[in-house]
Design a protein around this ligand. Structure first.
Ligand code: NAD
Length: 352
């Protein structure tokens, strides 16, 4: 039954499909860009170099030192290069780390962004930037941060290693699952969330079986766009707060942390959000935490935080930060229960 709601959708141009990277020069001109600084991580340097060559005079140069959690020192270095090469826009080719750097530049100088995502993290369709300075991660939200154009080309995801595809896909699902019980959800975001989860649940096992299955890659990227759009439109809760804490304060890898903790955080919240989570019981069974855990195990996802280098002695401190200044959550955050949840995530045991 329809209810009252308010929905502000993010303005962005989405160009989706295999081979769509060939539209990049046309899209850059349409955006008004004449000289782009092409960004990537060090491991995607060859791809950035190639893209820059393909852009010919539309490229002002490349900067390939993007790293996770967007350190301010890296952004400052990229800003210097942006100015020195006379760039007037950025092209971000890569996952959330590269996209974060492009957003950090745009936040400082309002440069238009054309983004080519090659993971499933979803940052390209949000107006949120997380940055790190003095080992503290803070987030800022502003319309200048939202990329203007996104080119989703599944062919560019064929090279994404299977392990990263799995964790990144589960990271995307996490946005949609939390979006289902968000306080400011609406019928459109819920439709996108359900379809995003369904599509990724179908595609990820196919990618594990055959990483160059272009149809599965296309479906996964489509699912990632839907899930990212949910992240960009509604508030997140315990799961994202917990991952933000573990990533920002303990420098754990973003996607793997999401993948490991998702079954546990959703099991914690399912008691209080049973009705809004009902649509995904068709996919994961009545006990969604268990269903998500079994799905992650079946994919070969990492399941224990101890394998990411987190020390057991750090769990108490992590629990303290999670319950401090919590995001809105369907179930109140109880320190003892959160500490137990962290222990299970650390051990790799089943959710409760
Ligand atoms: P990532 O961008 O660090 O990518 C992981 C690794 O995979 C990198 O080495 C990258 O070069 C490589 N890679 C990416 N695509 C590839 C491809 N197609 N082929 C081969 N290698 C490839 O990881 P991520 O999980 O996408 O992003 C994590 C970062 O994004 C974190 O800093 C996180 O905070 C941020 N993030 C921000 C938002 C937001 O809305 N602000 C949303 C999601 C993630």
């Amino acid at each position: 039954m329809a209810q009252s709601f308010v929905y502000t959708s993010n303005p962005a141009r989405i160009v989706f499909g295999a081979g769509s990277i060939r539209q990049i020069a046309k899209e850059l001109r349409r955006l008004g860009g004449t000289r782009a600084l092409v960004l990537s991580t060090p491991s995607q340097h060859p791809n950035a170099q190639l893209l820059s060559e393909q852009l010919c005079t539309l490229s002002a140069g490349i900067y390939t030192n993007a790293i996770m959690h967007t350190p301010v020192a890296v952004t400052e270095q990229a800003m210097t290069i942006f100015a020195a090469c006379g760039a007037d826009c950025v092209v971000s080719l890569g996952g959330g780390s590269t996209i974060g750097l492009g957003k950090a530049i745009a936040y400082r100088n309002n440069a238009p962004q054309l983004v080519v995502p090659t993971t499933y993290a979803g940052s390209e369709v949000t107006s949120v930037l997380g940055q790190t300075e003095n080992r503290i991660k803070t987030t800022v939200s502003d319309i200048s941060i939202l990329p203007e154009v996104v080119i989703y080309d599944p062919e560019l995801t064929l090279s994404l290693p299977v392990q990263i595809s799995i964790t990144s896909g589960l990271n995307a699902m996490a946005h949609a699952v939390e979006g289902l019980y968000a306080l400011n959800r609406n019928p459109v975001t819920s439709l996108m969330a359900i379809e995003g989860i369904r599509t990724l649940k179908h595609a990820l096992p196919l990618i594990v079986a055959n990483p160059i299955d272009i149809q599965a890659r296309t479906d996964a990227l489509y699912g990632a766009w839907l899930c990212g759009s949910v992240l960009g439109s509604v508030g997140m809760a315990l799961h994202h707060k917990l991952c933000h804490t573990l990533g920002g304060s303990f420098n754990l890898p973003h996607a793997a942390t999401h993948a490991i903790t998702l079954p546990h955080t959703i099991a914690y919240n399912a008691i209080a959000a049973a009705e809004t989570l009902t649509p995904i019981t068709k996919l994961f069974g009545n006990n969604i935490g268990d269903g998500l855990y079994d799905f992650a195990v079946s994919l070969g996802a990492p399941i224990a935080l101890k394998d990411l280098g987190l020390k057991e002695s750090e769990l108490d401190y992590a629990a303290d930060i999670v319950v401090k200044n919590p995001y809105w959550n369907p179930r109140p955050l109880e320190r003892k229960a959160i500490r137990a949840l962290l222990q299970r995530s650390w051990n790799g045991s089943r959710p409760e």
